[in-house]
Design a protein around this ligand. Sequence first.
Ligand code: ZN
Length: 248
Amino acid sequence: MTASLFFAGSGDAFGSGGRLQTCMLVQGESFGDFLLDCGSTAMIGFRRFSLDPNAVKNVFITHLHGDHFGGLPFFILDAQLVSKREAPLRIFLPEGGAQTLETTMEVLFPGSFHSKKKFQIELLEMKPGEKYEADGVSVTPFPVLHGALKALALRFECGERILAYSGDTEWVEELVECAVGADLFVAEGYAYGKKIKFHLDIADVEENAGRIGAKNYLLTHLARNTLALSEEERLPYDAAYDGMRVGF
Ligand SMILES: [Zn+2]
């Protein structure tokens, strides 16, 4: 297994199916461990599955909704007070993310953003169309459509492996470019058989799979109704669950 992705959270914003919110840990031989989204329950996932937060070198955030970035204040505070982190932490955010993170931290734990820490935090805002490098990984963000936010889908080159992640979005053509030929395409699987504004309908992924041509598809962030379908094995692709590890 050259690279793997572990689901420390595979749920939506509403706790559907009792699942933790979006948080994926990606690991491999040729690049530094990174976190892909950090929902507000992220630290519960880390403890539940005995993951080491200090091993995370970089964090990539697709959009600034609480179930995708709300775990950062807890992650950073844990690093300072509990996990005693010393290594630098780099956090890649969509545009506006640095200010939003500061505001959120100061609301949840006043004084926590500016408090002295034994590790450096670097905040980087990603612009669509540019490519960023971080500890052996390169990432290209693509603009997607999820409300008024500047939401992103992300394409990672992890050594020779390609990982694509839709984030939360309704269908946009940029998803084809983001995921084309990927070894693994993790797609939002919120809805199936009906359109829900700003969310992906799995049928859209199916319809475009010929153009995307990913080697493997995996659904995450399933709504309650869609989860019920997956139990009956009527979904076209495998669905993620908390604690799932998949190689790519
Ligand atoms: Zn979400």
